[in-house]
Design a protein around this ligand. Structure first.
Ligand code: 3PG
Length: 306
């Protein structure tokens, strides 16, 4: 089979080597399309391929229509909001992710972001410590649970909420369960967001939740830009001069936010949560193994568009 690794934001070279090794040893051929400038370049490249390995690359119906042999797309990572799952299903294309494989990298970045904001973005002046502060983890999946564990080890109190995990289970996993999302925001000095972007969650975090946070609180978002209601965030930061926002997903209104709120807001220049060689290796190699297994045995364990 012909496999394309299409990564606008490339994997570390060592991960690409590993992907190629797994797939060529399984009898497949592998090409790469990295750092492509426009979506059209992706669309124009896919025609010969049976399988794609992607990251946040957008697999639209147009991409799939341009690849008549396409049988499987594996998102090396967790979120699949960049893939048109319904269109893939209609075309009989299997879509998988590689859950958990890049979670540690994202969790470490969340901890780093909390410390960075607590220490005034490493500029001179008196900062504060995260030890003793309360962290709210919004969604207790692979990343959220790791953030909770690491935060606890650093002396934070951890509260969590998850629409799919009952309170008893959250308590068993070592966090204080919040009654609901509102309770989490009201109770925590930091809230770290780990929800996917879905029709239900898009713009779900806005003025009301943000202004319900305690004095001096900081919202941390390494999940998705779309889950934030950016106008609501701007209004909340305007009204509450004590609140802060740090994110790995640059908001559309970042220029305005920076101008108005200066160091109370920070966004990484390019999404970097999963950008470690370890995470690239874990997620990239898992994707390659899943494709090799799919073609060898029909295994669809990680399919997300059934
Ligand atoms: C994910 O959903 O796995 C993360 O957001 C990482 O995305 P990336 O592979 O584009 O860095």
């Amino acid at each position: 089979m012909k496999i394309l690794v299409a990564t606008q934001k490339p994997f570390a070279a060592v991960a690409v080597e590993g992907i190629k090794k797994i797939l060529t040893e399984a009898g497949h051929s592998v090409d790469t399309l990295e750092k492509y400038a426009a979506q059209a370049d992706f669309v124009n490249a896919v025609a010969p391929y049976d399988a794609l390995i992607i990251r946040s690359d957008k697999v639209t119906d147009e991409v799939m229509a341009a690849a008549p042999n396409l049988k499987i797309v594996v998102r090396a990572g967790a979120g699949v909001d960049n893939v048109d799952l319904a269109a893939a299903k209609a075309r009989g294309i299997v879509v998988m992710n590689t859950p958990g494989q890049n979670a540690n990298a994202v969790a470490e970045l969340c901890i780093a972001m909390m410390i960075y904001m607590s220490r005034g973005q490493f500029t001179p002046g008196t900062g504060s410590e995260i030890m003793g502060k309360k962290l709210g983890v919004q969604a207790f999946g692979n990343v959220g649970r790791l953030v909770g564990k690491k935060a606890e080890a650093l002396g934070m109190q951890v509260m969590a909420v998850d629409p799919f995990i009952p309170a008893e289970k959250i308590a068993e996993m070592g966090a204080e369960p919040a009654a609901d999302v509102k309770h989490l925001y009201e109770s925590c000095d930091f809230v770290s967001v780990h929800i996917p972007a879905t029709p239900e969650t898009i713009k779900s975090i806005g003025y009301d939740l943000i202004t319900s946070m305690p004095k001096g609180a900081c919202l941390v978002n390494a999940a998705r830009k779309e889950v934030i209601d950016e106008e609501g965030l701007e209004k909340a930061l305007e009204e509450r001069q004590d609140l802060k926002y740090i994110t790995d997903l640059m908001p559309d209104n970042y220029e305005a936010l920076k101008e108005k709120f200066g160091s109370r807001v920070f966004a990484t220049p390019k999404k970097m949560g999963a950008q470690t060689s370890e995470a690239n290796i874990n997620a990239g190699l898992a994707a390659a193994r899943q494709i090799a297994d799919f073609f060898a045995t029909g295994n669809t364990r990680f399919q997300v568009n059934r």
